[in-house]
Ligand binder design. Structure first.
Ligand SMILES: [Zn+2]
Length: 109
């Protein structure tokens, strides 16, 4: 069972209290973007065996969206943070690196 803590209201609950909303930190493209950029945005999703950043909604609580960093193998949640955050907070990156030395994440800049 996946246990998440909503960073917006502080409630901790089972995954059934939340709704998964796909990959987090997708780069969106505006009008005039190339077909390749739009294709990448729509269809090229990560499906890692390991650390993954996801969007979640607290649908049986405050209703707000947030991001979660978790391990798809162990279901360990490294942390959750507000959806308005453009890149994972340093404390979450440190928690991931402590569990998975040598792990790297893509450049969110
Ligand atoms: Zn909440």
């Amino acid at each position: 069972m996946l246990i998440l803590t909503c960073p917006c209201c502080g409630v901790t609950g089972e995954e059934t209290e939340f709704h998964q909303g796909g990959e987090a930190h997708l780069k969106r493209f505006g009008p005039g973007a190339s077909d390749d950029d739009f294709h990448t945005y729509m269809f090229a999703k990560e499906n890692p065996k390991g650390v993954h950043f996801e969007r979640w909604r607290h649908n049986n609580g405050c209703g707000k969206w947030f991001h979660a960093a978790r391990d798809t193998v162990t279901l360990e949640v490294y942390g959750t943070y507000p959806a308005q955050t453009l890149e994972p907070p340093q404390n979450i990156r440190d928690a991931i690196t402590a569990k998975r030395p040598g792990w790297t994440w893509r450049d969110f800049a």
